[in-house]
Design a protein. Sequence first.
Length: 159
Amino acid sequence: MPYKKPSWQEKLNDSRNFPKVEQIPTRMNKKWGTGTLVIPVPTEVDQLMRMVPIGKLTTINDIRATLAKRHNATIGCPLTTGIFASIAARAAEEQKQQGKTDITPYWRTLKTGGFLNEKYPGGFAIQKRLLEQEGHIVCQRGKRFFVKDYLKALIILDQ
């Protein structure tokens, strides 16, 4: 039987053996310090992204901080949290193509500094259009795009 590539929704729902709290690997100590990091469940990242209402924003770092707090860890894993946010975005687009309307508003999750995420479906163009439709002003700096005054629109997750 040939291998069938899993859908983005299947990838989102694949919890493997997560969440896990582990020691921060030595190779990461210079940037992230010592202590523990949490590798979350993909659906937990999706759930946090879903909490952001129209007109508001969050960042990957805010999601990582919320995950760390929830799991009593020093930090949320920067690599897997970013990967899981990308999976959530692709699963949302997959659901949209299936005619579903209650999808994860991934475009409201920015990178550090209010920058748009080029790895989301459609790259900068789609995220920019969706943010502008919700009233945000998107500016360009070099080859990157960011939301003007994004700090005013940030919400605190998990309150």
